[in-house]
Design a protein. Structure first.
Length: 196
């Protein structure tokens, strides 16, 4: 995953450098064209202070335009990363059903596919663990019930009391596991407004 992020960072950096180089070349061409437009005979008649202020204003306007274009381009380029970041935050908050749409076919798209695959595997593992806990809890109830019945036929002595205590403790643990899973699945407690 770290290699992918390095490749992704490199790709974004290369695109940004290419845009900046392109904009700098356009700026040089624009200034050169403006200078060539003025004939050599008009070079002496130009008020140099006004000309320099005009060039400065033009350069500032070009810089502002380049900044706005690069900002818009980067927002568009990095929007899949924002979507991916939101998905990671949702997954960290416990939303295991998060599934992100793939919006590009570049490195961001492959990273989104990897995230979706990881979220699916986490969802399957957590679901399997929860199902295992429920199944084990249910399967333990039958032997515990049989042990309680068998304990009733044993003579009352210290060993029977210890066994009964162990069975009661195991039954309490199984009940707690089942209640915990019911609460986690939202089926344990339901709230409702009551007029007292």
């Amino acid at each position: 995953m770290t290699d992918r992020l390095r490749q992704l960072h490199g790709s974004v950096f290369v695109r940004l450098v290419a845009i900046m180089v392109g904009m700098a070349m356009c700026l040089m061409v624009l200034v050169s064209a403006l200078w060539m437009y003025l004939s050599p005979s008009s070079h002496e008649s130009i008020d140099r202070d006004r000309f320099h202020i005009g060039i400065l204003v033009l350069l500032l306007a070009v810089i502002v335009a380049v900044s706005l274009i690069v900002h818009g381009f980067l927002r568009k380029l990095l929007s899949p990363l924002r979507i991916l970041s939101d998905g990671v935050a949702r997954l960290a908050d416990g939303d295991l059903d998060v599934q992100l749409p793939r919006s590009t076919s570049d490195e961001f798209g492959r990273l989104t596919d990897a995230f979706n695959h990881m979220a699916g595997r986490v969802r399957a593992m957590v679901g399997g663990r929860d199902q295992l806990l429920i199944d084990v809890s249910h399967e333990l109830r039958s032997p515990l019930t049989r042990m309680k019945v068998t304990l009733e036929f044993l003579p009352a002595d210290a060993q029977r009391a210890r066994l009964a205590g162990d069975v009661t403790e195991m039954e309490r643990m199984v009940t707690e596991l089942l209640e915990l899973e019911r609460l986690r699945m939202g089926r344990g407690i339901s709230t409702a407004r009551q007029d007292l």
